[in-house]
Structure formats: C-alpha cells, structure tokens
Design a protein around this ligand. Structure first.
Ligand code: PRP
Ligand code: ZN
Ligand code: MG
Length: 224
C-alpha cells in the first residue's frame, strides 16, 4: 500500500458501514467500492479505505496500521479495557464525535424471568461480546456472575440454556423482542466516533485531515 495516502478503517458491513460511506461521500471523497474488495482507493483524494470487522478497528488504529477509524464507543472502550488488562498500549485520540451509530449496551433477561434488579443475577451466567464493560458494571454493583463469551447471536443464549441473562447492544430493540427477551439495565450508551492513531502524521496526511474535519462538521450541522 502507498504509505503517503491517508488510511481510514471503516466497518465492512453492519450498522456503521452505510453511514460511514455516506459521511465520506458527503465530504466529497469519491470512492470506488466494489463487492468483496477490502481496500478502496479514493479517486480524487489521497485516501485509502480499509473495510474490516468493526471489532478490529480500535486495534488497527492503536497499532498504527491505519491513521483513522470510525467506531462505536462501546467497541472502543471494550478494546481499551482489554488492552490495559493485558498491559498492551491503547493510545489514540478522538478527533470527532459523530451523530450516528447510537445504541446502548444493556442487560436483558427472558420475558418470564423473575427479575428484581441486578442483584437477581448474583452467581448467574451472562452471555456477552463485551466482557470488560460488563465486568466493570457488575463490579460497580457488587454482583458476582459468570461471563459467557459469545461473538455473535448473543440473544440466543438464554433459550439455548447457555446463560440466564445477556449483555448486548440494543438499538431498536427488535432483536431482543424477537428472541423473547426484555431489557433490564442500560450499562453503557454509545455513538460512533472518529479516532486517530497516536503515531505522528506526515504534513500531507495532516492536510487531508484538515480538509475532512470542517466538512464533517458542516454535514453534522446541516443535519441538526
Ligand atoms: C447489534 C446487537 C444486536 C443488534 C440489536 O449487532 O448485537 O444483535 O445489533 O439491534 P436492534 O436492537 O435494532 O435489534 P451489530 O449490528 O452491532 O453487529 P455486530 O454485533 O455483529 O457487530
Ligand atoms: Zn461486531
Ligand atoms: Mg450483533
């Protein structure tokens, strides 16, 4: 890859990907996106886009593989906690808070469960993709539990007999509802953010960022 071009990581597919592409388009970045291609070169600006799993974006920025990334604060905070626990570097800066990707990380239980507040989960199993955020919340509540790590389809856990509760992202609530679950406690509220690597940038890459930021600002103001 051309080292002189600004590298931005965005989600390949999922709730943030369409919004990210819309944002770049709105900034005047002409992208030549083709099905299954994981790198896209902008036609009119020195920008390369990496299309990756959202969970990988914070690490790619923290390791300096890419210059910028767009990611939900939930995934970002989880990665920071995980890296800190492992004694790994977790440096980055937040360039801009974005106005999309709103969701919450919540506890949920089966509709017919006898839930009397978070203390009801003492000693129970909770399925999640966010073990660190979950542990921080449960520690703050003084409730001991067992974490069951699932990378996806977390909502299936109670009916599958894998866990008594789940801790997962809720946006519209449709997924919980479809799986017979009710949201009980919101533990983290999240939106998308634009983050930057802590590695120093060349003057030409900085110039591209200086062009993009006011355009993003303008787009967000127009939407308010
Ligand atoms: C989240 C979450 C739920 C779903 C909830 O997944 O894991 O499955 O969205 O949305 P709803 O409340 O609108 O039904 P996400 O899109 O973040 O994908 P990922 O977990 O695969 O990254
Ligand atoms: Zn994900
Ligand atoms: Mg999901």
């Amino acid at each position: 890859m051309d080292q002189s071009r600004l590298r931005i990581a965005i989600q390949k597919s999922g709730r943030l990907s369409k919004e990210c592409q819309k944002l770049l388009k709105g900034c005047g970045v002409k992208l030549n996106l083709r099905e299954q291609r994981l790198i896209a070169h902008a036609e009119n600006m020195p920008i390369d886009l990496l299309l990756v799993r959202d969970d990988d974006i914070p690490g790619l920025v923290m390791d300096g593989v890419v210059d910028l990334g767009v990611i939900g604060e939930n995934v970002l905070e989880e990665t920071v906690m995980e890296r800190q626990a492992q004694g790994e570097a977790a440096e980055f800066s937040i360039l801009k808070r974005l106005d999309f990707g709103g969701c919450r990380l919540s506890l949920a239980v089966a509709q017919d469960a006898n839930y009397q507040g978070v203390k009801s989960l003492e000693g129970k199993r909770i399925a999640t993709s966010y073990p660190w955020l979950l542990k921080r919340y449960m520690d703050s509540q003084g409730v001991k539990f067992k974490s069951v790590m699932l990378n996806g389809s977390v909502e299936v856990a109670p009916r599958a007999g894998v866990a008594e509760a789940i801790c997962d992202l809720v946006s519209t609530g449709a997924t919980l509802e479809a799986n017979g679950l009710v949201e009980t406690d919101v533990i983290f509220r999240s939106k998308a953010v634009l983050i930057q690597s802590a590695s120093p940038l060349s003057a030409s890459k900085q110039a591209v960022i200086d062009k993009l930021l006011p355009r993003i600002q303008g787009l967000q103001q127009a939407r308010e």
